[in-house]
Design a protein around this ligand. Structure first.
Ligand code: SAM
Length: 239
């Protein structure tokens, strides 16, 4: 049973505090690995093809920008987030001209059924909610808007399989991420929340099960850096 409070208003508030420092803080805390991982996730998503791609919980739009760079002529790249402050920062990117930004909660997407070819999400599933039922409901909403055969790509922190590495990872989060994140960003609440939620998030095999319960098929994952992060791929049934 996970008891961390992650209500919508609290999450909106912490992200309204960090837009300007959000990216540099991530790069420092992950020693730059987050850039490689986002590029890898965007590459997998773009490789699926199709005409309409959406980056969910886009924040400052880094993954959406990588998608946009790989998008062939005629592909519509959209990016959804419920934080106007994060989207203001996202719109400053050179790629933003090619991206349609949408302010919405991902739990109720403004897209018709079966209208999207590819959905990506990076480092945000944990922020949607840690509660399994709410996550399943949110993934069902992604499933609803995907076309048959559509691809969902999920990049998120994960849990290393080896217990010693997992313990070291959690220690790093507790000692480094919370304090350095707060110091760089000025948001104590934001990085305290981050350091509490990362150790509580699901392992890669557990997330496979959650995606399957939401209806996804052919769910696979690849782990990065001993499993501290993982990219899951999941498909909507073709029929
Ligand atoms: C940690 S940031 C991730 C941003 C970006 N995807 C990245 O790779 O850095 C989480 C983002 O998810 C957004 N978010 C969280 N819950 C959301 C929801 N239910 N609907 C829409 N956006 C949400 C927040 O506003 C924030 O911008």
């Amino acid at each position: 049973m996970i008891t961390i409070k992650s209500n919508t208003n609290f999450v909106k508030r912490i992200f309204s505090e960090v837009p300007e420092t959000y990216e540099i803080t991530n790069h420092v805390l992950t020693l730059g690995f987050d850039i490689l991982w986002r590029k890898r996730a965007a590459g997998i998503a773009a490789g699926h093809g199709g005409k309409s791609w959406v980056d969910m919980c886009t924040g400052t739009g880094e993954t959406a920008a990588y998608l946009s760079r790989s998008a062939p002529e005629g592909t519509k790249v959209m990016a959804v987030d419920f934080s106007p402050e994060m989207l203001i920062e996202a719109r400053k990117k050179p790629e933003a001209k090619q991206i349609e930004f949408i302010i919405s909660d991902i739990k109720e997407l403004p897209f018709p059924d079966a209208s999207i070819d590819v959905i990506s999400i990076s480092f945000a599933t944990r922020n949607i909610n840690l509660n399994k039922d709410i996550l399943i409901k949110s993934f069902k909403e992604f499933y609803r808007v995907l076309k048959p055969g559509g691809l969902f790509v999920n990049l998120e922190t994960s849990q290393p399989s080896f217990i010693l590495i997992r313990k070291l990872f959690h220690l790093y989060i507790k000692l480094f991420v919370k304090h350095v994140g707060s110091r760089i960003s000025g948001s104590k609440a934001g990085y305290s929340y981050l350091s509490k939620t990362i150790p509580k998030f699901y392992s890669a095999p557990e997330l496979v099960d959650i995606l399957k319960v939401a209806g996804f098929q052919e769910v696979t994952f690849q782990q990065m850096l001993f499993g501290v992060a993982a990219i899951h791929q999941a498909y909507k049934n073709n029929s």
